[in-house]
Design a binder for this molecule. Sequence first.
Ligand code: SIN
Length: 310
Amino acid sequence: MTDLASIEPMLKVETLGLRFRNPLILAAGILGLTAPILKRVIESGAGGVVTKSIGLKPRKGHPNPTVVDLGFGLLNSMGLPNPGLEEFMKELETLRGLEAPIILSIYAFSEDELVEIGRIVSDFNVVSAVELNVSCPHVDGISEIAKNPVLVESYVQTLKRHLDKPVIVKLSPNVSDIVRIAEAAVDGGADALTAINTVRAMSIDIEVGRPVLAGIFGGLSGPAIRPIAVRCVYEITESLNVPVFGCGGIETAHDVIEFLMAGATAVQLGSVIARGGLRVFKRILKGLRDFLEERGYSSIDEVRGLAHRR
Ligand code: SIN
């Protein structure tokens, strides 16, 4: 059994004024909708958690089928189903006192909604930071934001004006120049970025000649998108001095090290949990410790950004 306490000193991450006991954070959208499950994720070894994306009002999401396992990744078109902010905060209230930071993922269809979300969340100290999802690739009214630097800057600025917590902006890979969008987020006041959300994609059932997902288009996650995510983290951290949470297809300690060397401050795990369950945290933590010890590194800080040194 992996003794987490003995690993923690090598793996701790301090960023945004927060302390993560290790760099493995639950990504938005996986298991993040109820307090008991979030608690189990933390007990399983996660250094922090990001909740499912929550909007101001309850939302049903898209009709089924909404998820398909393609073998090399998951294709989802969930459509941002959630109980709405007020209801979800009652759920999170029961997590008060947990030691791992809780990051609330939010989305908004307008800046007016962001103002209200910011005001409501500001006083809620169960939440340590907010991740602004401007990049869900299959919900009209959201997917467009991430492609438009003017909108990104303005959304972030509005949220920052009304929220006294760190804001992390989750970026889309579905753009021609992710650095331009990252700059806009930072200009708007983003404290950190998450790279990347899912890749817009589709799959067709050739027996019936129709798209597999009811929503036609979805977002591809899992190992197939990892090299895209690594490239995005590298490009952003080559140009900007901002903490970046790497996200996309991470399955092993090797993958985590790759993201850290690309410049990520920490990483987020999603699809791997859907496939491998909560055991993945301890497995990857042990792999990270072994990697560091075998190569004589005393902490993950020593590998971060190594790939930039040429
Ligand atoms: C969803 O609930 O639709 C997934 C969220 C996302 O892709 O950002």
